[in-house]
Design a protein around this ligand. Structure first.
Ligand code: SAM
Length: 373
């Protein structure tokens, strides 16, 4: 048994489509990777059928347009192979919304590829991606976006902050060790699943060459704000010391060196399992909500500060709310909901009072990995 803190309950994105409807940035990042995916499929072994996996797909809404484009391109170039699409996430994920989206029962039916194209079979897998999820040598292409920064176990609750990226050195070391072990497990599992010549393309939150990461790209620091408003609830007596302590994100942003380490050592278990790194680069994606505000003229323009704040906070809330809500486990649901609402309202009000420097830019480390042929 692991000595860490189980993370399954604190990870779920908000369900019923809330996540993908409010995460335009994540969708843009995935759409930009479509060309890489098409290239990888063109270069991979032409097996009789094609199996593709999307790891940590949430409700599937953010990658749907990209998969529709990829499948459309395959069909347009005369590739009519049967395609098995395997969506993976945790057991707590809202797979029902995902299946509805692919069948055109929710969201834009124009990109519901399962009903648009023949011979495309959609499956779901509710087991975490740190384990092997399918039979040996059966996967042509693995893909994952914005998911593998989640650690399998929280090694500890971070004292006096909410995120490992801003934690004290001892906590940072504990999270770094956990993340290194998790990365190795992720890679070994994919090495087993991939066919020879198969590819694994992952776009992971991480720290770029300039030390930037999600919500820390030059303006206000998003995680410092999360901590500030959570601490304020403790200081005014709204939450207990335990509740204040329990709100640590089960996340670690790896550096480029940390991502590449298993590939740079020919003797590592990952290299010996046959995985090679074809390319790795960092990518900054500007916050689309801030962009829309700036396009409207910024402060004093046609979008009010409050409207901007009301568009920005839900995108943060879609993935972070679960952390604060589970820190309040033990309270009645409506009481916990009220506290969480006050928390995000405080952040919203701060943005509305002075929006300058508030945004959620994405920083990804993009890796293209190949299983030896
Ligand atoms: C921020 S969302 C990203 C969703 C989608 N891939 C995107 O880019 O918009 C992260 C997803 O990873 C999932 N996740 C976290 N840890 C996981 C694990 N160990 N195994 C599978 N999925 C996991 C979460 O449940 C969540 O749905």
């Amino acid at each position: 048994m692991s000595k860490g803190i189980n993370t399954q309950a604190v990870l779920a994105m908000r369900g019923a489509g809330y996540y993908s409807e409010r995460t335009a940035g994540a969708r843009n990042v995935i759409n930009d990777a479509g060309v890489m995916v098409i290239d990888a499929l063109a270069q991979a072994l032409q097996t009789k059928t094609l199996r593709i996996a999307d790891y940590g797909a949430a409700d599937g809404g953010t990658s749907r347009e990209m998969w529709d484009m990829v499948i459309g391109q395959l069909r347009a170039t005369g590739d009519h192979r049967q395609i098995e699409m395997l969506y993976t996430d945790l057991a707590s994920n809202d797979f029902s919304t995902l299946f509805r989206m692919m069948q055109g029962m929710q969201g834009d039916p124009a990109i519901a590829y399962q009903s648009r194209y023949e011979n495309v079979f959609v499956h779901g897998c509710g087991t975490g991606f740190h384990q092997q999820l399918m039979a040996d040598a059966s996967l042509n292409l693995g893909f994952s976006a914005t998911a593998m920064h989640y650690v399998s176990t929280k090694p500890l609750e971070i004292p006096e902050h909410v995120h490992a990226a801003r934690a004290d050195p001892q906590s940072q070391t504990a999270y770094a060790r956990q993340a290194a072990q998790d990365w190795e497990n992720i890679l070994l599992a994919r090495a087993a699943e991939l066919i020879p010549g198969g590819r694994f393309i992952c776009l992971n939150f991480g720290i770029d060459e300039q030390g930037r990461y999600l919500g820390n790209t030059g303006g206000h620091h998003m995680f410092d704000h999360f901590h500030k408003f959570w601490l304020a609830l403790y200081q005014d007596g709204s939450i207990t010391s335990d509740e204040y302590q329990r709100a640590s994100f089960a996340q670690y942003y790896r550096t480029i060196d940390e991502f590449c380490a298993p590939f740079n050592d020919a003797e590592s278990v990952v290299s010996k399992a046959g995985l090679k790194l074809k390319s790795c680069h960092s990518k900054l994606t500007k916050c689309p909500y801030e962009q829309a505000f700036l396009d409207a003229g910024g402060v004093g323009g046609s979008m009010s500060n409050l409207d901007y704040a009301n568009s920005l906070i839900p995108t943060m809330r879609s993935w972070s709310e679960t952390v604060f809500r589970t820190a309040l486990d033990g309270r009645k649901a409506d009481e916990a909901a009220q506290i969480v609402d006050r928390f995000y309202t405080a952040y919203r009000d701060a943005v509305a009072a002075d929006p300058t420097g508030h945004a959620m830019d994405y920083v990804h480390i993009v890796l293209d990995i190949e299983k030896a042929g």
